[in-house]
Design a protein. Sequence first.
Length: 397
Amino acid sequence: MNSTAAPTSQKPAGATAVLVLGDGSVFWGRGVGAVGSNVGEVCFNTSITGYQEVMTDPSYAGQIITFTFPHIGNVGTNPDDLEATTVAARGCIIRDDITEPSNYRSVQHLDAWLKSNNLIGLAGLDTRRLTRHIRDKGAPNGVICHDPKGEFDLADLLARAKAWPGLDGMDLAKDVTCRQTYTWSQTRWTEKLQGHGDLVKDGRKTDFHVVAVDYGAKRNILRCLADAGCKVTVVPATATSEEILRHKPDGVFLSNGPGDPAATGVYAVPVIKELIATGKPIFGICLGHQLLSLAFGAKTYKLAMGHRGANQPVKDLETGKVEITSQNHGFCVDRATLPKNVVETHKSLFDGIIEGMRATDKPVFSVQYHPEASPGPQDSHYLFHRFTKLMADQKKA
């Protein structure tokens, strides 16, 4: 089943899982994790580490993740590397069978972890062929199915894949956002502590109060804000500007998240416009970046295959420096629609799309990529300190 032969509807011996794409392509493999079936957009991620962080990133809601790196599961899983409590991804596809974990931090085998999170997996598939298929034809809709008996109704699976509407026009932030307001104090993992710190327990002083709007926030973003000396209050994606400003924040953070920004923008953009008008510092990441652009009057569009991996080069157009970044997005901002008071600050060196912007008349900026990484390089952690500097400057003024 790791053959380089073309996809076929003829089930090979031993196949207990299948991926059926909306175009009729069929990929066979061995089932891992939960039993059942799920439909979603099939994408690929090129990271060579951090599979647990990837699978728990809420931005993957509605998607089936193909890992291009073959050794997935080799370091097991642990409770510290979760980016969210609930897994939002709809399935995962890996090349090699899951091996026994070999890492001192591991507390659970990946197969057991997948089952406990009701996540369907498919192993033994030629992920290179599937990745080329996505690269050449765009991210397709697909159904992943795991049946230990190897019994599949391919016609029904194909019909489900074709019927699924896709991510265009889909608001998924409401599915992954928090249900009520809460405070966050955990800081980044350090080798010295062999774990995460905590602002309260460690007796650290906070200099700023940030309200983070949760469209599907990763935990490590919140940790980076706390590590930068911020008291963090997290509010649901549907919070009004009045509810946000009631907390008297020094700045507002707009988080990452899944789905079509135009769909989420129906309720988010009017709120963001009101927040911009206050003059308070605002920092957006990923979906937050896209929503901010919509609030400024720009437009967004869907990429054919998106950017997903931890090795994406981005150029800071204001300093000339190149950062290696972690990314996970399928939509981006249309450069031609940026208003005159918004300038592009970062650019992808892969395909040239906008990776960052800032307002010239307000303390507002955003990036398309993930400066918190997790997984990935830490080249862009300076952006959190850029945010705190904006708040500090405003306090002085």
